[in-house]
Design a protein around this ligand. Structure first.
Ligand code: ATP
Ligand code: MG
Length: 502
């Protein structure tokens, strides 16, 4: 094999005339047509001066063309760096500078201002619009539709994927061909994907969930994707009858459950719903089951490790857990000194396997701190493994509250708060306190039209939680700050409420 990732996910589909992408409006693109476009793009990369090992940064709207750029990069041995479409010019300057990208693909609408940003970092700019027009498409249009695949090995880098920046500045995770390929194979098998599947794809393409988990799993099984530009409840309701599997973040499911049209009948033919990227409330799991008779399969992963654990396809899917380690992946819970903790105890979640990245680009110090020499990656999440081997995440280490010397795991408190009358959801954070160092603060989002009785909730907590875990204060907020992947930004809350006890 000359280029394992390309040959296994893409190359094997040459001459395959089955659909790979179904697009809104009823048009479809076959695997063969997709690969021809990717080949033209790969030639265009060469024409623009890129050689193997170079980086290509891309901030474009979701489209089949963006996916063809991914395929072209793999075929040409170019490292792909997909970027969140929400990033501002200033943020982009950081990514271009940090990655040393040779070429930057962006939308025509932003090309004017971004060309200055690109120029300042010595990076070439080309345009690729969602409708397939733009200077990059022009550079590709007369190129041959076959491209000689550039040889690569398992250890060569395929992508720099920047983390979501939930806890601080985004870090560029260096992912190899093997990292992506091993996970694609495992997921396709574990979740029973076949060429008869049609995946409802509403996720963004700049994040591991939509780009690698969704796309690579489909490519590895020869199925198809119905590619929606984003999550729009109406569009998803209309698309569901034409699909067999849906992957989502928890907010997709809560939005669907708010719709009376989302019924058991509408999804009776679906064989799988998965959730990840952020914790799903157990309540959502139960509401979903009550409504549809189906159980959402929750799984856990991150930019640096691809997918790590999953609830089983056939066995019990346990709400509030992220399941068991995927085949080939090791997961352990450790104390701050790195020793393993027994089942049931809370500690740091560490992960090792062919899915684990090679380090953070140009951050050797951070890489040393988080990636142990023995191959275990310290995920930054805290959790416990139960008697049956299921992993439960209790929060991020950075969100752990230490009050008067006692550890409070936000999730434990949030789970109780979420069940209180009138409460839609909650976030528990630690904020500076003159006596305790940090004190527990709960931010509660009321259900529409309801006003939670804070005194009553506080009284109820007294019988359920040790004193040090009980919020010193509860405040109401209209909503929780979230990033594009639906993750609650606790650092934003900590800043907003930093003075409440001062
Ligand atoms: P940064 O590392 O830049 O702060 P981030 O960790 O949010 O950002 P990602 O790699 O996109 O960036 O997200 C991975 C994190 O998402 C995990 O470490 C975990 O905290 C959370 N996560 C993913 N899936 C789940 C899940 N099923 N339940 C709870 N948390 C999850
Ligand atoms: Mg992270």
């Amino acid at each position: 094999m000359t280029n394992p990732l390309f040959d296994t996910l893409f190359g094997c589909h040459a001459e395959n005339h089955r659909p790979f992408l179904h697009l809104p409006g009823g048009r479809s693109l076959s695997y063969d047509a997709f690969l021809k476009q990717a080949a033209r793009f790969a030639h265009a990369l060469g024409a623009l001066g890129l050689v193997q090992g170079d980086r290509l940064a891309m901030q474009v709207e979701k489209s089949p063309h963006a996916l063809a750029v991914y395929a072209a990069c793999v075929q040409a041995g170019v490292i792909l760096l997909p970027l969140n479409t929400a990033y501002t010019d200033e943020e982009l300057a950081y990514f271009l500078e940090n990655s040393g990208a040779r070429l930057f693909l962006c939308d025509g609408a932003r090309a004017d201002t971004l060309s200055e940003v690109a120029k300042a970092t010595g990076c070439r700019l080309a345009v690729l619009n969602a409708d397939g027009t733009g200077s990059f498409a022009i550079a590709a249009q007369d190129k041959p539709d076959r491209f000689e695949t550039v040889p690569r090995t398992h250890d060569d880098l395929a992508a720099f994927l920047y983390t979501s920046g939930t806890t601080g500045r985004s870090k560029g995770a260096m992912l190899t061909q093997e990292n992506l390929l091993s996970n694609a194979r495992v997921l396709a098998q574990y979740w029973r994907f076949s060429e008869n599947d049609v995946l409802l794809h509403a996720l963004p393409l700049f994040h591991t969930h939509g780009l690698f988990v969704a796309t690579n799993t489909v490519l590895a099984s020869g199925g198809a994707m119905l590619l929606l530009p984003g999550f729009d409840t109406e569009a998803v309701l209309n698309a569901l009858p034409h699909t067999t599997v849906m992957m989502g973040v928890p907010t997709y499911y809560t939005r669907l459950l708010n719709e009376p049209r989302f019924t058991a009948d509408l999804v009776a033919h679906m064989r799988l719903f998965t959730s990840g990227s952020a914790p799903m409330l157990t309540q959502t799991h139960h509401l979903f089951e009550d409504r549809t008779g189906q159980k959402i399969l929750e799984r856990y992963g991150m930019t640096e490790t691809n997918m790590t654990t999953s609830n089983p396809y056939d066995g019990a899917r346990r709400p509030g857990t992220v399941g068991v380690p995927l085949p080939g992946v090791e997961v352990k819970i450790t104390a701050p000194d790195g020793t393993s903790l027994p089942k049931g105890q809370i500690g740091m979640i560490e992960v090792r396997g062919p899915n684990v990245f090679r380090g953070y680009w140009q951050m050797p110090q951070k890489t040393r701190e988080e990636l142990r020499e023995n191959g275990f990656f310290i995920t930054g999440d805290l959790g416990r493994i139960d008697e049956d081997g299921y992993l439960q995440i209790v929060g991020r280490s950075k969100d752990l509250v230490i009050t008067g010397g006692y550890n409070v795991y936000p999730k434990e408190v949030e789970q109780i708060l979420d069940d209180q009358p009138g409460v839609l959801e909650s976030a528990v954070i630690g904020v500076p306190h003159p006596d305790y160092g940090e004190a527990v603060l709960a931010v509660l989002v009321p259900r529409a039209g309801e006003v939670p009785d804070l005194a009553l909730i506080g009284a109820g907590l007294r019988t359920r939680l040790a004193g040090f875990k009980q919020p010193r204060k509860m405040v109401l907020a209209e909503s929780l700050p979230r990033n594009t992947m639906g993750k609650v930004q606790k650092n934003v809350l900590r800043t907003a409420y930093k003075d409440v006890f001062q």
